[in-house]
Ligand binder design. Structure first.
Ligand code: GTP
Ligand code: MG
Length: 135
C-alpha cells in the first residue's frame, strides 16, 4: 500500500474542521493514520515544503498563511491513498471543487483551501521526510 503526507492548513484548524476532515479520511475502508502532530510551521520547513513554488506571485502570501497558526500534519496509509486523498480534497481552487469534496464543501479562496496532500509517490517520500523524519 501507499503512504501520503497530509496537512490540515491553519484555516481548517481555526475553523474547527479537524474532526470533520479527519472523519472523512478515516471513513475510507482500509486507510489508517500512522503519524499525527499539531504544530506551527517555521519558515525553513515551509521553504522546503513549498520550494517548487518559490518565485511565483502567490508564494510569499502562501508561506505567510501557512505560518499563521498551527497545522495538523499526518501520514495516511492505504491502497491508492495518494490519489485518493487528492480526490477527497478536490481541485486547488475551491470554486472548481464539487460539493462532496473537502474544498468544495468548505473552501472559498484558493490560498485558504484547507488541506494539502502529496501529489505523487515522489512528493510523498520527500514531504514525509520533512515532517516526520523518524518515520
Ligand atoms: P497543496 O496540496 O497545498 O500543494 O495544493 P495543490 O497541490 O492543490 O496546489 P499547488 O501545489 O499547485 O499550490 C500550493 C498551494 O498554493 C495551493 O494549495 C494554494 O493554497 C496556493 N496556490 C496555488 N495556486 C495559487 C494561485 O494561483 N493563487 C493563489 N493565491 N494561491 C495559489
Ligand atoms: Mg501541491
Amino acid at each position: 500500500s501507499q503512504r501520503t503526507l497530509v496537512l490540515l492548513k491553519p484555516d481548517a484548524v481555526r475553523r474547527g474542521l479537524i474532526g470533520e476532515i479527519i472523519g472523512r479520511i478515516e471513513a475510507k475502508a482500509g486507510w489508517t493514520i500512522s503519524a499525527l502532530e499539531l504544530r506551527t510551521l517555521d519558515q525553513a520547513t515551509l521553504e522546503q515544503h513549498y520550494g517548487e513554488h518559490r518565485g511565483k506571485p502567490f508564494y510569499e502570501p502562501l508561506v505567510g498563511f501557512m505560518a499563521s497558526g498551527p497545522v495538523v500534519a499526518m501520514i495516511v496509509e492505504g491502497e491508492r491513498v495518494i490519489e485518493g486523498v487528492r480526490r477527497l480534497a478536490g481541485p486547488t481552487d475551491p470554486i472548481e471543487a464539487a460539493p462532496g469534496s473537502i474544498r468544495g464543501d468548505f473552501g472559498t479562496i484558493v490560498r485558504e483551501n484547507l488541506i494539502h496532500a502529496s501529489d505523487s509517490e515522489e512528493s510523498a517520500i520527500r514531504e514525509m521526510k520533512i515532517f516526520f523524519p523518524e518515520a
